[in-house]
Design a protein around this ligand. Sequence first.
Ligand SMILES: NC(=O)C1=CN([C@@H]2O[C@H](COP(=O)(O)OP(=O)(O)OC[C@H]3O[C@@H](n4cnc5c(N)ncnc54)[C@H](O)[C@@H]3O)[C@@H](O)[C@H]2O)C=CC1
Ligand SMILES: O=C(CO)COP(=O)(O)O
Length: 329
Amino acid sequence: MTDIAHIGVVGGGAWGTALACLARRAGRKVTLWSRDRSVSAAIAHDRRNEIYLPGQSLDAGIEAAATLGELAACDVILLVCPAQAVRALARDLPGAAPVVICAKGIEAATGLLMPEVLAEVLPGRAVAMLSGPSFAEEAVQGLPTAVSIATGDAARGRDLAAALAAGMFRPYWTDDVVGVSLGGAVKNVLAIAAGIVEGRGLGHNAAAALITRGFAEMARLGLAMGANLETLTGLSGLGDLVLTCHGPLSRNRALGAALGRGTTLAHYMEGRRQVVEGEATAPAVLERAAKLGIEMPICTAVDAILHRGADLDEAIRALLARPLRREGE
Ligand SMILES: NC(=O)C1=CN([C@@H]2O[C@H](COP(=O)(O)OP(=O)(O)OC[C@H]3O[C@@H](n4cnc5c(N)ncnc54)[C@H](O)[C@@H]3O)[C@@H](O)[C@H]2O)C=CC1
Ligand SMILES: O=C(CO)COP(=O)(O)O
């Protein structure tokens, strides 16, 4: 039995709202903080989040916190904000409860994985990573969803899984923190590429090749960073890659599809409130890979298209013109 009775959720976006609902279904007391107080108030009082989860009715009993300080008594805090906001928010987290990071990305300014950022900001604090194939819209509707929770302490991982599991939501636990953190970050960059394949009308063969060769890039970097292959082929790696590259609900894939149809990045992002993690993470992945001498041609092409003005068709031609090689080399 878990002694995690009270869960704090930091972030009132799509995933924070969905996780708050899932935690309620698991029987926990839930307090949610959002930087936009009208969002947390609507979640708590109207059981709606029309900005981030339009049209969904939410679970009863989620309490809204006006300040982060109100989460001080929580047994666990779920940190569910964009990856680039994790450092600033972590600095203000109250109490000493374990922090479960639910953001998928790499910090652009430092190249650090999310748990590495937490270790800098809150040294000594217990940290876990939650990641996996989990569109918020489906999870909140009660459709079957499985994720990974990674923490160095297996007993804590089991307790966290037990505290969140309910009905259709099934967390697994692992001690491979690097693998779970990296898979979720890299898949967002690859999902942009998958969107480009769709938006450009490159076909199903190309989409399958993209996922397969994209996974090879994720695995090369992950193994060099010390991740386990079974994590990279698991829910948070290959599982989430397949979901995000195919799923029409993906915001990363939607950005890629728009680029593929000729929209510019600036035009696409104008006025958009929802996060598209792969955009900031693409250069950070490459920086990390370069330090380890790892080649990531698809991620490199995505970064060049996003941030270096590369011509999309030229980037696709260059990928296909790379020297032929033995598969698995
Ligand atoms: N939406 C989904 O289906 C899933 C999302 N995730 C991950 O969860 C993280 C959060 O994603 P979503 O909730 O979907 O994003 P979202 O775009 O729906 O909402 C982002 C939330 O973060 C807040 N926010 C943005 N910048 C902030 C800042 N500087 N300080 C404080 N709060 C800030 C926004 O106000 C909003 O409440 C991302 O890393 C995403 O990759 C993970 C699994 C599923
Ligand atoms: O991470 C996700 C599903 O697992 C959500 O993907 P997007 O951020 O691309 O919408």
